[in-house]
Write a protein that binds this ligand. Structure first.
Ligand code: CMP
Length: 138
């Protein structure tokens, strides 16, 4: 099991000024912020990031949404980071997210679900490298 995961606080949560509250939840849960930036993805960059979903019916909506406003991108460190973070954020669909999870508290809908979390160690590394060079990690 790896010790890093990658997250994005999504446009609707940034717009709603929930960045600070979400980061506080993440730090209280024991994650260390290795790298972080606010960035407004172009449609091309969002399409590339979510390329694995390009056959899905929701792909165009997802790309449009994720490039529709700035996000906070971050690399997080903790033992068993991927699984631990997915537990903290809850199910992809906030209707299924357990009480006390970040998505239960902050997500609006399945597409506007407040935060992204990597689904595997391999993707955590791919996604981290998509957004951050080695000299942006501390
Ligand atoms: P995320 O963890 O960022 O990874 C892919 C995203 O696609 C997911 O969160 C959801 O926000 C979004 N997604 C997944 N399924 C659907 C769906 N059926 N309709 C719209 N968006 C979806």
């Amino acid at each position: 099991m790896g010790n890093i995961t990658f997250t994005m606080i999504k446009p609707e949560a940034v717009e709603a000024k929930n960045t600070g509250a979400i980061l506080k939840r993440i730090e209280i849960a024991g994650f260390r912020i290795v790298a972080m930036k606010k960035v407004h993805l172009t449609a091309e960059r969002a399409a590339k990031f979510y390329e694995v979903h390009n056959e899905k019916p929701f792909y165009n909506e997802l790309v449009e949404y994720m490039s529709g406003g700035p996000i906070i991108a971050a690399i997080l460190e903790k033992d068993d980071a991927v699984a631990s973070f997915r537990e903290l954020i809850g199910a992809t669909n906030p209707a299924d997210a357990k009480e006390g999870t970040i998505r239960a508290e902050f997500a609006e809908s399945l597409s506007k679900n407040a935060v992204h979390g990597s689904d595997s160690d391999e993707n955590a590394h791919i996604e981290s490298s998509f957004h951050f060079s080695d000299d942006e990690r501390f």
